[in-house]
Design a protein around this ligand. Structure first.
Ligand code: SF4
Length: 391
């Protein structure tokens, strides 16, 4: 199993997305507090780490922690909005530090939609420049996109644009909006799509990529909304391969280890042939409607086989056949909520995630004031204030 861990290295950002699920918090990291988390992933035998945020390129020690992780044998990835990465020198610095892969987030190739979603002008141009800068620096690139109410109808148009203008992009990732946290939680009505809003454009987008020989993953979308491409569901792949995910949140949640990948199901799911490999409806924010789910009756073993046989996906190869998979995993569906490791951590090896210093607290208060003004101008609600447990 190729587990990949997540570390939020900062929580502030130079954009102001109305659906941000991980906005500013009073917690901060320095190199040492990040290093212990990286070393823990190495000790657990993880394949790689994702350095994320907030906007991780705003942390001055990002190249240094990336270099430490790469030297320890981890595959190092960074998720970014591309603002700093558009600088070719910065892109080269990340490549030289040992970053293997960057995920650049772009929600829409329509500049006015991207600007509205990002809460600032000019972001699309800069993110597109980041793609070129990263490519020129020799970094492998993924295109990330959060599906939301404003881009739901043109996911395929985005793909067409990237295939024409940035043909070196080989892998795409869609995340359906997480409406349970941060600004996404308090602005659900503006940004949370209905599943039916994106069904057609997502299908067209996946078909375009599949036909062009590219790969893609889709997270938080129930399989009945992507049956032809069910093998591309992140949750389904993790269920099939028995993978876990640890996320070190730079806030009160601290460390979350997720081993169950199912979310919420409708009564009809009980008769669906995909129930044992489906993540269901991601609805911790109670924003999506279970009435939109509809059982399907297709061969789930063909989906399992395609995932197990995928040569492009790192895996430890311990489960090689569908028969082995059935023996190991198939049975009554497991429960589904992620395991939250309490803070202060009770498990050996776990350490507090980040610190709350007086300076961090002052910066947080000042950022909250600036962002309240931005929120008023953008017509969105600011997130609820962050509490502080880990002092
Ligand atoms: S009906 Fe339920 S189990 Fe079946 S694909 Fe949809 S969400 Fe998954």
């Amino acid at each position: 199993m190729a587990n990949i861990g997540y570390i939020q290295v900062v929580r502030h950002c130079n954009h102001f997305c109305g659906f941000c699920s991980n906005p500013t918090s009073p917690y901060t990291h320095d190199f040492e507090s990040m290093r212990v988390l990286v070393d823990d992933f190495v000790a657990r035998g993880y394949f790689g780490i994702v350095l994320t945020g907030g906007e991780p390129t705003l942390h001055p020690e990002l190249p240094r922690i990336a270099a430490h992780a790469a030297a320890a044998g981890l595959h190092v990835r960074v998720i970014t909005n591309g603002h700093r990465l558009a600088d070719p020198a910065f892109a080269r610095a990340l490549a030289e530090a040992g970053v293997s892969l960057v995920h650049v987030s772009i929600y829409s190739v329509r500049p006015e939609i991207e600007a509205r979603l990002r809460g600032s002008e000019g972001t699309l141009e800069r993110a597109l420049a980041a793609l070129d800068a990263a490519h020129d620096a020799g970094l492998e690139l993924n295109l990330n996109c959060v599906i939301n109410r404003l881009n739901a109808d043109h996911l395929d148009l985005n793909v067409r644009y990237f295939l024409r203008h940035h043909p070196y992009l080989r892998h795409f990732v869609w995340n359906n909006l997480d409406p349970s946290m941060g600004r996404a939680e308090v602005n659900q009505a503006q940004f949370t799509p209905r599943l039916a809003d994106f069904e057609l454009s997502l299908h067209r987008a996946m078909r375009l990529l599949d036909r062009s020989g590219r790969t893609f993953r889709v997270e938080k979308v129930p399989l009945c909304y992507m049956t032809d491409f069910a093998w591309a569901s992140t949750e389904t792949r993790k269920i099939v391969k028995g993978e876990e995910r640890i996320v070190h949140f730079l806030d009160d949640k601290q460390t979350v280890r997720q081993t169950g990948w199912g979310h919420r199901y409708a009564p009809g799911c009980a008769v669906c042939s995909l129930r044992s490999i489906c993540g269901g409806l991601f609805d911790r924010g109670d924003a999506y409607d279970p009435a939109e789910l509809a059982p399907v009756f297709i061969d789930h073993e063909a989906i399992v086989e395609r995932i197990l046989m995928d040569p492009s996906d790192p895996s430890d190869g311990r489960i090689a056949t569908v028969a082995e998979w059935k023996a190991r995993f198939e049975g009554p569906p497991a429960t589904t909520e992620p395991t939250v490791i309490p803070s202060p951590p009770s498990e050996p090896g776990m350490v507090p995630v980040g610190r709350v210093t007086e300076q961090g607290r002052r910066l947080y208060e000042s950022k909250r004031r600036q962002e309240a003004a931005k929120a008023r101008r953008a017509g969105i609600e600011p997130e609820r204030p962050s509490s502080i447990k880990n002092k």
